[in-house]
Design a protein around this ligand. Structure first.
Ligand SMILES: NC(=O)c1ccc[n+]([C@@H]2O[C@H](COP(=O)([O-])OP(=O)(O)OC[C@H]3O[C@@H](n4cnc5c(N)ncnc54)[C@H](O)[C@@H]3O)[C@@H](O)[C@H]2O)c1
Ligand SMILES: N[C@@H](CCO)C(=O)O
Ligand code: NA
Length: 432
């Protein structure tokens, strides 16, 4: 019997992820061939540095200086885009691939968050695949899990830890007491962080991923601009200690939820119960929780960043293409995705943690309590450790369920009190 033709792959970008994909394809060549009945071979690459040792022999592949030119190479079946960035060369390369009839695999969540709808249309109009498992939650099969595995459900909510760098930083700060900047440098060395790490710590990377997950979960056009985004810059070791005392862990979460107003999408630090699946997910691990009307809750946990886990997701997409399997990019054919109706964060209802630095003197707590009362915010617990008459002390409170708009008004009043020395620090509590 004649052997099936190999799947010919061109890779743009040979950094952390691209290098990982090369190594995986080489190490697992036999396993992959046994699984899809074809060889998967890299025949072209585009990378900046031709001399760098990537641990694999690239002497026989065609090199391109311009990845978007590589995408027009007639002897390719698939273009794997691992350069990054929402526009520029990454976008041009993917568009050129579709224009020339090639499938695309990408790990680029920024590109999908900004141009996912248009690119899905461009692919599907030509019967091509745009695959992006690596773009969301690294090695976790979150896209396939949601889009294929839970296809029989109306999804009520999807939430999770979507940024490995932030979870690594928050975990290391808690367990080792190390400083933010030092741990971030570590995450960069380990290949977890984005080229510009402010995308990680300011929540933008998690928001890119959440916007993509929302598209898949709810069958709507990806709408990055509708995501409320906050990062972890303001989280201090003091907050991490208080969280522990209150039975919580601090996590940067992405949450997409269907509400009466529409779909709420938000990324911000949360306090979650220590024993919950999210609370128990430490380090570079990500967790994705989906809640479907028939299946109930499904939890997926795994490494969200790094060469090996991300390569694992890229290669799974290549196997699908090698097998001739195709699913609409966002679960619903691109032309039939609904527009997203956004539910604003002001309408969030839940509990809040607030930390204040106040002058330790009589009447201060009464003023804080009055500000809460005036906005109809009900206090649940109050914590002041130690005394330092006339000096600054941290004071922590938690609230019962409150609407965000009322909480923000109360915080503005509290922040305006003379005895409150720093802007109040607020962290939302999610009792998953
Ligand atoms: N690192 C991770 O853990 C991880 C996980 C999931 C997704 N991603 C995504 O994967 C993509 C790549 O990330 P990375 O961590 O491998 O980045 P990286 O910086 O290690 O690698 C990017 C590579 O692209 C090359 N490059 C830059 N401009 C180029 C151009 N014009 N033409 C060809 N090559 C060019 C760079 O030289 C570099 O080798 C990004 O979209 C990132 O968001 C990364
Ligand atoms: N910088 C990202 C890489 C994985 O997408 C993270 O830390 O999660
Ligand atoms: Na994934």
């Amino acid at each position: 019997m004649k052997a099936a033709a190999p799947l010919k792959v061109g890779i743009a970008g040979l950094g952390t992820v691209g290098g990982g994909v090369l190594r995986l394809l080489e190490t697992q060549a036999e396993l992959l061939e046994a699984r899809c009945g074809r060889r998967i071979i890299v025949t072209a690459v585009s990378a900046r540095d031709r001399t760098k040792d990537r641990g694999t022999d690239l002497s026989a592949v065609r090199w391109y200086d311009d990845a978007s030119v590589m995408a027009t190479d007639p002897d390719l079946d698939v273009v794997v885009e691992l350069v990054g960035g929402s526009d520029g060369i990454a976008k041009r390369t993917v568009e050129a691939a579709f224009a020339h009839g090639r499938h695309v695999v990408t790990a680029n969540k920024a590109l999908l968050a900004h141009h996912g709808a248009a690119l899905a249309l461009a692919a599907e109009e030509k019967g091509l695949t745009l695959a992006y498992e690596a773009a969301v939650a690294g090695g976790i099969p979150a896209i396939k899990g949601l889009r294929e595995g839970l296809a029989g459900n109306n999804i009520r909510e999807v939430h999770g830890i979507l940024n490995g760098t932030c979870n690594y930083i928050l975990t290391e700060m808690r367990t080792t007491g190390r400083e933010f900047a030092e741990v971030l440098a570590d995450a960069q060395k380990l290949g977890y962080a984005e080229a510009d790490p402010s995308f990680d710590i300011d929540g933008i990377d998690a928001a890119h991923k959440l916007a993509v997950l929302t598209g898949v979960a709810f069958g709507v056009t990806v709408d990055f601009a509708a995501v409320h985004v906050e990062g972890i810059r303001h989280i201090s070791s003091l907050d991490i200690e208080y969280a522990q005392e209150l039975g919580y862990r601090i996590r940067l979460l992405g949450i997409a939820r269907r509400t009466d107003q529409g779909i709420e999408q938000r990324v911000h630090p949360c306090m979650v119960p220590i024993g919950s699946p999210i609370g128990a997910t430490d380090g570079v691990f990500n967790a994705v929780v989906a809640d479907g009307d028939f299946v109930d809750k499904v939890v997926l946990v795994g490494r969200g960043a790094g060469a090996g886990p991300t390569a694992s997701a890229v290669v799974a997409d290549l196997l699908d293409i090698a097998r001739g399997r195709s699913t609409p990019t966002f679960g619903v054919p691109a032309g039939r995705l609904a527009s997203l109706v956004a539910s604003p964060i002001d309408r969030r209802k839940g509990r809040y943690y607030v930390r204040l630095m106040v002058v330790d003197r009589p009447g201060v707590i009464a003023d804080i309590a009055a500000s809460l009362r005036d906005q109809n915010v009900s206090m649940e617990a109050f914590l002041q450790r130690g005394r330092a008459p006339g000096e600054a002390v941290p004071v922590v409170l938690t609230t019962h369920d409150t609407e965000e708009a009322a909480m923000q008004r109360a915080l503005a009043l509290i922040g305006g009190l003379d005895a409150v020395l720093e802007p109040p620090r607020m962290i939302r509590i999610e009792d998953f």
